[in-house]
Design a protein around this ligand. Sequence first.
Ligand code: 5AD
Ligand code: SF4
Length: 465
Amino acid sequence: MKKQETIVSREEIERQYGFMHEIRMLPHRPETYYIVTYGCQMNAHDSEKLAGMLEEMGMTPAPSREESDFVIFNTCCIRDNAERRALGNITWLKEVRKTRPNLMIAVCGCMIQEPGMAEKIMKQYRFVNLAFGTSNLYRFPELMLQALNSMESTVVVDDGEPVPEGLPVRRLRHDAAYLTIMYGCDNFCSYCIVPYVRGRERSRDPGSILKEAEDLLKSGIQEIMLLGQNVNSYGKGLPGNPSFAGLLSDLDRMGIPRIRFMTSHPKDLSDDLIDAMACGKHILPQFHLPVQSGSDRILKLMNRHYTREKYLERVKRLRDAVPGIGLSTDIIVGFPGETEEDFRDTLDLVREVRYDSAFTFIYSPRTGTKAAGFSDQIDPDVSSRRIEELIALQESLQKETMKRFLGQEEEILVEGLSRRSEHEISGKGLHGISVTTGGYNEDIGRIIRCRITGLKNNTLTAERI
Ligand code: 5AD
Ligand code: SF4
């Protein structure tokens, strides 16, 4: 427990830099790397840290995994399909190894942190050179050196992840950046494996967060996405009990053009946070508020600690304080014991809230979680039918909710050229919705103003002002 609350010492980080520089000098080290990332933004950001360390070791990115000397799989295990996809791709690389014997393969991330997975990798995936859990990310240089100097696989998984500060990061985008404010989760929703693989909640010190944000601002960043499994409980256990609302207001004052965050647990969504959003100048009017189910009975079984009524009250408060706010959610169907009536309650809630977008999932039992032991698991055909019905409803409602933007001015941060044309660009508007409009390569990474003129398949179309 104690270990989880500590920050990785400066000496330890310096030791890791020493390993990175040692690897740089090795004649037999890989020249190029390729990272395959599965899962959420947390993982995407961990991959940016891995890339930062690999570049410090002297390696450069390869254009594809087939052409790379070193392939690293940063895995996810939130649902069974994420895990199967990763294991399938790792096995496929074994074939590539037959023609390229020097190819080095590593596997890291949440899947490795699952009980029994490290043993499985050692037995069934012996061709993997290196495997390590999320808790060992900061020790990657040391483990990499060990793997480079050994004929055997190096497999390391520890419990609890002290907060690492000062690791190199190679960011994929120069205009928008992830900034982790907390790690882990204490909520133990009965379906979820995250608390088991990412450990207990640990918040970063506000000073380090503000310093990182300031450096990003100086580098010309346009948007920061604050990351945490439950950002609303940020600060727990830190001296002075800083709050997420306070942190957000401090960041807002700094002048970063756009600030977003995810994810929020409805039970911890405070009035202070809503007020901070209402008063902020740079906090985007968007909120991801996973509801998971619209049935009080199922919410209880999920261990979510709120009722449908409480959830709807929070939504109302958000909408009153930030008119027009973009709302998104996560919903699980087919949770053990979910009756037709429970499912209808979910459809009903979706109709009532009218989300701008919803990520919908079929419940996937995860070994070690409470719900995996529930006796009344749902027939997969029933779950498939329910998710289809839910998606159809959400799509039809979304077409309606998006109409409120027609004729409105929007500011979009341009992410890239649209897939349809070289003279069209796309990016995210203030409310978190994708917008396409006319533009060129040189607009990428800029914030541009436009007026919404139409809707096309869940995105908005616009003309530039
Ligand atoms: N089965 C299906 N969906 C899940 N999620 C988390 N665990 C599971 C699971 N076992 C979903 C939740 C969460 C999102 C990130 O993934 O909706 O909010
Ligand atoms: Fe999983 Fe619940 Fe924690 Fe989200 S809040 S990461 S769903 S345990």
